[in-house]
Write a protein that binds this ligand. Structure first.
Ligand code: CO8
Length: 257
């Protein structure tokens, strides 16, 4: 069995997943990505988990793909192994995922943070796509997600120069939701997660899906998806509970049904 490079803790309805390859700044090798996708799918199926927080260490969320592993690969290895399948599994997780980033989020590390739905960053965190410096370019969504997050001009600059940006710049540019002192990153991400965990879980999952559709579909298709998801929620107990609680002037208690 491969070494555990992903650790999981439960905090009520929140699962905290920690990347754990500290000797290489959490470089993302295939074993780590498979473990991460396995754990995330388990959490996605578990009714006792409503939100996932993904974090790394103080020094690095993740410093990118494992360059030692990449250096030995040929083009067909990406197909035969297959290298990107676990990224696709993570993209399909339906519960909200919050990245809690301290230290470096570079290359595949930044791409992984961008696979998450929100990013809480420490004030000394650094984000970037430095692949250009090692003769390649982003391969796990960097050119697409970064461009959607911060726009073409800034994405060009970051990807073509490989320069890192601070958490503050990331927040100004729309990549990062919140910047907090480093020691509060995990706490802040967990508070945000606990807040979302109190909301009706089915509505949360459908809202996540609908927001992601805004990145992929035309406005007309996106509006149609949104309306169908909205109608569907009227078959849920949580819709009745939410509206009844409002009318009775009490706090709702959502069950995820
Ligand atoms: N891969 C493998 N090992 C790494 C990586 C990495 N990406 N990053 C750091 N390490 C290792 C170092 O080799 C070093 O090991 P050792 O102690 O055995 O020499 C250890 O981690 C500590 O690193 P440093 O001594 O370099 O620490 P510094 O504080 O001096 O520097 C940096 C930190 C700036 C983060 C530096 O380590 C660095 O530049 N790392 C590489 C960053 C990078 O280029 N990332 C992009 C990689 S390519 C990529 O992500 C492609 C994505 C597309 C596919 C995604 C699939 C997963």
């Amino acid at each position: 069995m491969s070494e555990p490079c992903v650790l999981v803790e439960r905090k009520g309805y929140v699962a905290l997943i920690r990347l754990h390859r500290p000797h290489v700044l959490n470089a993302l090798n295939q074993a780590l990505m498979k473990q991460l996708a396995d754990r995330m799918e388990e959490m996605d199926r578990d009714d006792e988990v409503r939100v996932i927080v993904l974090t790394g260490s103080d020094k690095a969320f993740a410093a990118g793909a494992d360059i030692q592993e990449l250096a030995g690969m040929g083009p067909t290895d990406f197909v035969t192994q297959p290298y990107f399948v676990d990224w696709e599994r993570i993209r399909r997780i339906s519960k909200p995922i919050i990245a809690a980033v301290k230290g470096y989020a570079l290359g595949g590390g930044n791409e992984l943070a961008m696979c998450c739905d929100m990013i809480v960053a420490g004030e000394t965190a650094k984000f970037g796509q430095p692949e250009i410096n090692i003769g390649v370019m982003p391969g796990a969504g960097g050119t697409q997600r970064l461009t959607k997050a911060i726009g073409k001009a800034k994405a060009m600059e970051l990807i073509l120069t490989g320069r890192m940006i601070t958490a503050e710049e990331g927040a100004e540019w729309g990549l990062v939701n919140r910047v907090v002192p480093d020691e509060h990153v995990e706490g802040e991400a967990l508070d945000l997660a606990q807040d979302i965990a109190k909301k009706p879980p089915v509505a949360v999952r459908l809202a996540k899906q609908a927001i992601n559709k805004a990145q992929e579909l035309t406005l007309e298709q996106g509006l149609q998806f949104e309306q169908h998801a909205f109608y569907l929620l009227f078959s849920s107990e949580d819709q009745r509970e939410g509206m009844q609680a409002f009318i009775e002037k009490r706090q709702p208690e959502f069950k995820g049904k």
